[in-house]
Design a protein around this ligand. Structure first.
Ligand SMILES: Cc1cc2nc3c(=O)[nH]c(=O)nc-3n(C[C@H](O)[C@H](O)[C@H](O)COP(=O)(O)OP(=O)(O)OC[C@H]3O[C@@H](n4cnc5c(N)ncnc54)[C@H](O)[C@@H]3O)c2cc1C
Ligand code: FES
Length: 272
């Protein structure tokens, strides 16, 4: 599938939680094709500052209306500029880029684990799978209650289970603590979040902490920093048993098993 360059029009750009915003873009060509975990590479400002585009996965897409939503957290220059864009502004973006998740063919129990804004591609996956008869439990971790995506942005049929670092909502502790309660029930597991969360999941998976002899495949969508997003600069590579893989072209979805070496090489990596 070829990459589309599209000048998207901002329909709305609103705060939805502490430091989290949803921008709705009229971007009919990309909205018609994009799949969960694929991403758009977006020019956040109205000039060439910052020079590099920024990658964002889709929270949802309305193919009939020709719109897609991006859930974003303000962390630096690009997202700060994006926050200040207004309805009617145009934004250039490339997409859809990268690969999507694979899903078991029969109606199945899907367990999703999201850390921070990592929840976005999981919500999109849930939205597409629930009408097909899949059951979805989404475990979501955030620092505090105010940083959680409000449930109104999820399909109502999703079981939405919260964890917070400070205990202000749901489980008091890392979201990874909750996986043991759902792992054996699930037929497939989908993960997106910061590296420390992946480290915890990888360690538990390697140790089979969630059930003896139940090492089922876990798919992880990575959110590495990117340069070109076209597979050229090699700024996004991860080490896998198949050699270096580019997150932008070969991912962003990988099997957790293939990421073990990369995960253990990133001790103490920071998150946002
Ligand atoms: C496939 C993919 C999907 C993504 N989806 C989303 C999404 O749906 N919503 C969203 O808010 N963000 C998403 N991101 C992350 C997003 O691209 C970055 O937050 C954004 O590029 C930051 O740009 P900035 O100019 O605001 O920050 P910068 O000024 O570039 O950086 C600010 C600080 O954040 C750190 N940082 C920047 N990018 C990352 C990163 N990817 N991982 C860890 N630290 C980082 C920098 O090191 C720096 O400390 C995604 C990334 C990828 C690769
Ligand atoms: S960002 Fe350039 S190769 Fe992936």
């Amino acid at each position: 599938m070829s990459v589309i360059q599209e000048h998207a029009r901002i329909v709305s750009n609103e705060p939805v939680a502490d430091g989290l915003f949803i921008v709705r873009l009229h971007s009919p060509q990309i909205a018609a094709q994009c799949q969960p975990a694929q991403f758009v590479h977006t020019r956040c400002g109205d000039g060439i500052d910052p020079l590099l585009l920024r990658p964002f996965s889709m929270l949802t897409a309305d193919r009939e209306a020709g719109t897609l939503d991006i859930l974003y957290q303000v962390v630096g220059r690009g997202t700060e500029l994006l926050k200040n864009r207004r309805a009617g502004d145009e934004i250039m973006q490339l997409g859809p880029l990268g690969k999507t998740f694979s899903v078991p063919p029969n109606q199945a129990n899907l367990l999703m684990v999201g850390g921070g804004i990592g929840i976005a591609p999981l919500v999109f996956l849930a939205e597409l799978m629930i009408p097909k008869g899949y059951t979805v439990t989404l475990l979501a971790g955030a620092r505090t209650a105010a940083r959680h995506l409000p449930a109104e942005h999820l399909p109502p049929a999703v079981e939405y289970v919260l964890a917070t670092d400070d205990g202000s909502a749901g489980h008091h502790g890392p979201v990874t603590d909750l996986i043991a309660d759902y792992y054996l029930w699930s037929d497939a597991v989908y993960v997106c979040g910061p590296w420390p969360m992946l480290t915890a999941i990888d360690a538990a998976y390697q140790a089979r902490l969630w059930g003896w002899n139940s090492k089922k495949p876990i798919q992880v969508s990575l959110e590495n920093q990117m340069g070109c997003a076209m597979g050229v600069c090699l700024g996004c590579v991860v080490t896998t048993p198949q050699g270096y893989q580019r997150v932008c072209r070969d991912g962003p979805v990988f099997s957790l098993g293939d990421l073990h070496q990369e995960v253990v090489s990133r001790p103490g990596v920071g998150s946002h």
